[in-house]
Design a protein. Structure first.
Length: 347
């Protein structure tokens, strides 16, 4: 019985039919005690496959080491987010190059594989349009860096501290300690406010005082409120504090009290300055007006019924003044003590 010998070339090594034929021949020879088929099979397929896997593993280790070596200086000297992004780009670039080179060496034609990957990529792109848009937005955020990890931002309608910027999502921690994960496409497609970008921020407190208050006395009181917080103020060009007469409102004279402070102290100083403004105005006897309504009733051929109250009655009821007219009734109500109705006058 003759032994069937098949010796495919390296280009035919990926041919499934040739592999099947050679495997069958090797098994038949093994049953007869002939190991040459097994040796040929191992030399043509097993050993190259093992070497290819070893090369890919070594390439993985090299890619990981190179990514760490390149990203660490960027993280320390430039930005942590950009450093991580550069590390990922280096890692996957080296790994893909190693895998492609290894497959070419074992006889797999990369042209056909590239065509298959392109077709698969087109189908995947249609299926994952939202995910790919998040990826593209993540690349833009990492390259242009409108904010970095640790910044306080207001993006996509969410205000919080940036915890992590990934290729698909950005993680924010809100001031009340909630973690919110926002898709990158929602951030890049809307206005981004970087609250903590600058070292200094301006606190502004708006207050209105009564028209009877003297302007100079009001200014002195508001300036005293600023002076009491002088230790929190940033001085210098276009910094410091200011008391500004803003305008004449419908029921009050409007003022603005401004002060430049360090960005981390913004919310604390806002509260302190508001309290100082109220305290100094009270000390100066200057009142802050509040909205009120005056109602004037005119008798024109109508009958008015007055509802009066008795102070000695402790229970609560409703006091009303009713204006009776041929086609309408106007009622003004307020909470008073226990009441009784008596006629006031008739027209």
């Amino acid at each position: 019985m003759q032994t069937v010998e098949v010796a495919p070339t390296l280009e035919d090594s990926v041919n499934l039919e040739a592999v099947t034929t050679m495997t069958q021949a090797a098994l038949q020879g093994l049953l007869r005690g002939d190991l040459s088929g097994i040796v040929d099979l191992g030399s043509l397929y097993v050993i190259p496959a093992a070497l290819a896997l070893l090369a890919i593993f070594v390439g993985y280790l090299v890619a990981k080491y190179a990514a760490r070596i390149i990203s660490n200086p960027v993280c320390r000297r430039v930005d942590e987010t950009l450093g991580k992004f550069v590390g990922r780009v280096v890692f996957y670039s080296i790994l893909i190059s190693v895998v492609g080179g290894t497959l070419s060496q074992v006889g797999i034609k990369m042209g056909g594989l590239a065509a298959v990957l392109a077709a698969a990529g087109f189908a995947v792109g249609l299926a994952f349009q939202g995910t790919l848009s998040n990826f593209a937005a993540g690349v833009l955020l990492l390259v242009f860096r409108p904010f970095k990890v640790g910044d306080m931002v207001n993006a996509a309608g969410v205000m919080g501290k940036v915890n992590e910027i990934d290729l698909f999502t950005t993680t924010l921690d809100t001031p009340d300690n909630r973690r919110i994960i926002v898709p990158n496409s929602s951030i890049s497609g809307n206005t981004i406010e970087n609250i903590s970008y600058h070292k200094h921020r301006r606190v502004e407190v708006l207050v209105g005082v009564e028209y009877a208050a003297d302007l100079q006395c009001t200014r002195v009181a508001l300036q005293q409120a600023v002076d009491n917080l002088a230790s929190q103020m940033i001085v210098g060009d276009d910094r410091g504090a200011a008391v500004i007469l803003a305008g004449l409102g419908a029921s009050s004279v409007d003022w603005k009290v401004r002060m430049w402070v360090k960005t981390p102290d913004f919310f604390k100083v806002t509260e302190l300055l508001t309290a100082q403004v109220k305290t100094q105005l009270d000390a100066a006897g200057i009142h802050i007006p509040f909205p009120q309504m005056d109602v004037h009733l005119h008798r024109v051929g109508a009958a008015i019924t007055r509802v009066d109250s008795h102070p000695q009655d402790a229970t609560t009821s409703t006091t009303s003044i009713n204006l009776h007219r041929p086609h309408e009734t106007v009622a003004i109500e307020a909470t008073r003590a226990q009441t009784r109705t008596r006629p006031m006058f008739r027209g």
